[in-house]
Design a protein around this ligand. Sequence first.
Ligand SMILES: C[S@@+](CC[C@H](N)C(=O)[O-])C[C@H]1O[C@@H](n2cnc3c(N)ncnc32)[C@H](O)[C@@H]1O
Length: 263
Amino acid sequence: MADVETTRGPSGADNGAAWDRLADAYQRWVGWPEDVLTWGIRCPPEEDLHLVTDVADGARTLVLGCGAGEDLVALARLGAGPLTGIDPSQRQLAHAGRRCDAAGLDVTLVASGAEDLDAVADASQDLVVSVQALDYVRDLDRCLAEVHRVLVPGGVVALSVLHPADLATSGDPPHGWHRSYFTEELAWAWDGLVDEDVALTSWFRSPSTWFTACTRAGLVVERLLEPRPVDDERWIERGWLDATGYAKADLVPSTILVRARRP
Ligand SMILES: C[S@@+](CC[C@H](N)C(=O)[O-])C[C@H]1O[C@@H](n2cnc3c(N)ncnc32)[C@H](O)[C@@H]1O
């Protein structure tokens, strides 16, 4: 079994507890691909984006919000390692431990929010990756300062988050604005996955906010993407999207990708 150490960041405590309640059902009914590194729903594949492929091989890699370990397994397939995964949800980490064991991977798993990387030494990582998790971080400046601290000079951080334009527009055609694009903090509930609604808080930040925050943390942004969607029916088959949601992704950007480097 992989190691699990415990520290919890401030926003990690709340959203981590919520993810503890969601984790088993999320694994059973939704889940995330592990065969290839998958940055977002209908997002172009890593083999087209090349967000980390040039730096992954042999890279000491930290995954923030590693969830149930799918991204750790996918990064190992790109040659990344040693691998460390951080997530505030113990239940998600239990799934990650099982998944990584089954894949024959020796990973270190740490229970913590991405704002608090105390368990990771200064300048110890070549690569930091986060897939669809940093929306749950309240204090982004603190998180990015920690990312800067743990990266070696020249190290790369690559991340994906949901696009606020998707969250601010209606799920129903014609997908008009129903909330200000500039509303970052959103309290919401995941309904229909477990018996009761599960309350979460997210911070949906614009591409310019990501650029500014990375720059403020001393990271040099190398790529900032809002990709056009690719056709991939698996998102309907796996239950992530219905036909309307699939069509909406042709109109409204759903993923932001950032790659930045510690100089
Ligand atoms: C959508 S999952 C992302 C994992 C995987 N890529 C996936 O899509 O299944 C979101 C993850 O973020 C984690 N999370 C919640 N709050 C967090 C925080 N403050 N810092 C890091 N991760 C957090 C959750 O526990 C959950 O495992």
